[in-house]
Design a protein around this ligand. Structure first.
Ligand code: THU
Length: 160
């Protein structure tokens, strides 16, 4: 038998320890949580994407009475960014969430599996690493690459 370990490097910052650009992006994600449409889960998620040219695009989760028809904040944001700016890589994606009491989460918000897969597609499409910032009151996780969120991932390369 052989074994393998996968090492995932994560840097942890408080908000005021982030560089000015990342603070601005995270603040945009936090503000976006207030524009979430989450009448069913009462879990409000905001995301903010920094494009290569510096533009910031935000998005929120959008729920539906027919539950599967809703969509997460990360996919809202990336699909909109990629639709409006198909030639601009997303270089950083910041994510924040509030619980049903309106409080920002203490622990870093973990993106769902479908969103991780969509993040990977965006990163691959532009052949540019996409940094991920996950907001938590106790610490903001920074991952340098979507691959760190989705080890052993399936991508177009798998089919070649
Ligand atoms: N949600 C997101 O928007 N992003 C995540 O990373 C996790 C979950 C949304 C989907 C749904 O509207 C609500 O949070 C509860 O799952």
């Amino acid at each position: 038998m052989q074994s393998k370990e996968i090492h995932i490097p994560i840097s942890i910052y408080l908000l005021d320890e982030l560089c000015a650009n990342d603070q601005e992006l995270m603040q945009a994600a936090i503000e976006a949580t207030n524009r979430s449409y989450a009448p069913y889960s009462h879990f409000s998620v905001g995301a903010a994407a920094r494009l290569k040219d510096g533009t910031i695009i935000t998005g929120t989760n959008q729920e539906n009475a027919a539950y599967p028809s809703g969509i997460c904040a990360e996919r809202t944001t990336l699909f909109y960014a990629n639709s409006q700016h198909p030639d601009q890589a997303v270089i950083t994606l910041a994510i924040a969430a509030r619980n049903e009491r309106g409080e920002l989460l203490d622990e870093p918000i973990p993106p769902c599996g479908a969103c991780r897969q969509v993040m990977l597609e965006t990163q691959t499409r532009f052949a540019t690493p996409m940094r991920i910032l996950l907001y938590g009151n106790k610490g903001i996780y920074e991952l340098q690459n979507v691959g760190d969120l989705l080890p052993l991932s399936f991508s177009a390369a798998t089919m070649e």
